[in-house]
Design a protein around this ligand. Structure first.
Ligand SMILES: [Zn+2]
Length: 315
């Protein structure tokens, strides 16, 4: 539950938390969202009614979160990273989505929190043809956000170069998935389309988790000799990874259709950029190795093969 400074229960905040829990969010997500929104509501309570918040209020709050001193996990004082600050905004947005659905808002704040943005062809986000996506409004984004992909390589320059590297859509999704979730290459190559619940689980899927996620399984009947050596687990993904996946799925459909290849592989990662006879078949470890070698060369930083990616991730 969410409680105000005087110990009174915040009824809407508490109802929203109950909704998160009832709708099958992971307890971790509900706790983190609750903590962030509780702070936001206390901050609002000092100055205004949260139902009447405008975009500039939220932008001001974002600056407050970004500037507030925190003790980092290494025990040193610092401030939150751009990607962490973004999570705080995502939690508040989730709260306002719920409030809007319950007609509690006096403003059109929710629609203003996002905007349509066009990503040009040839850019990493735009792919070959360019895409339009709904993203957080500029005033809610951190200036440095584009330079702060997940910290899976210690070298900030290499990290930024890898994020900006123009890659075919399948390779972009593969790199995004490996770098943001820390799964092993063998686990990615063993991943089946049926394990990917980026639209959330459902009764038919026999899966209660509503946030975008996927399941690492060890017993999939793979067609590429890959092995998931880790333990089975469920991993939640960032919205950007979901978008990267959608781009890839569309690309896969188009490429295989253009080559008159029936898309019958259960694997997530299949050959799209190879000789016609290999098209649509499960990608192999060697293809990922070649991709990582190519990325290493292009960004001038040795990713030392797919096996190392895992070790970099866990750093
Ligand atoms: Zn699931």
């Amino acid at each position: 539950m969410i409680v105000d400074r005087d110990g009174r229960m915040h009824s809407e905040g508490t109802a929203w938390l109950q909704y998160l829990s009832d709708s099958g969010r992971s307890p971790h997500t509900a706790r983190e969202y609750g903590r962030r929104v509780a702070w936001y509501l206390s901050w609002c309570a000092q100055t205004m009614d949260w139902r009447k918040a405008t975009l500039s209020h939220i932008a001001l709050w974002r600056r407050t979160v970004a500037a507030a001193p925190v003790v980092k996990t290494n025990g040193k004082p610092g401030t939150r990273s751009a990607s962490t600050v973004r999570l705080w905004i995502v939690a508040v947005r989730s709260f306002y989505e719920w409030a809007d659905a319950h007609e509690l808002l006096g403003t059109d704040l929710l629609s203003r929190m996002t905007q349509l943005k066009y990503f040009a062809p040839g850019t990493p986000a735009g792919g070959e043809f360019g895409v339009t996506r709904r993203v957080l409004a500029d005033s809610l984004r951190c200036a440095a956000e584009g330079d702060c992909p997940p910290q899976w390589i210690t070298d900030a320059g290499a990290r930024s170069n890898l994020a900006d590297l123009a890659l075919p859509l399948r390779d972009r999704f593969l790199v995004d998935l490996l770098t943001t979730t820390g799964i092993r290459v063998g686990e990615a190559l063993s991943l089946f389309l049926a394990d990917v619940h980026f639209g959330g689980g459902s009764r038919q899927l026999r899966c209660p988790h509503l946030d975008p996620h996927f399941h690492v399984r060890v017993g999939n009947p793979v067609q590429n000799g890959a092995r998931a050596k880790g333990r089975p687990r469920t991993l939640f993904v960032h919205r950007d990874v979901v978008e990267s996946y959608i781009d890839y799925v569309l690309e896969r459909r188009d490429v295989l259709a253009a080559a008159s290849v029936r898309d019958s592989s259960p694997h997530v990662f299949v050959n799209l950029y190879s000789e016609p006879r290999w098209l649509g078949r499960a990608m192999t470890y060697n293809s990922v190795k070649r991709l990582m070698d190519r990325c290493s060369r292009d960004i001038g930083y040795d990713l030392t093969g797919p096996h190392m990616v895992r070790h970099i991730v866990s750093a």
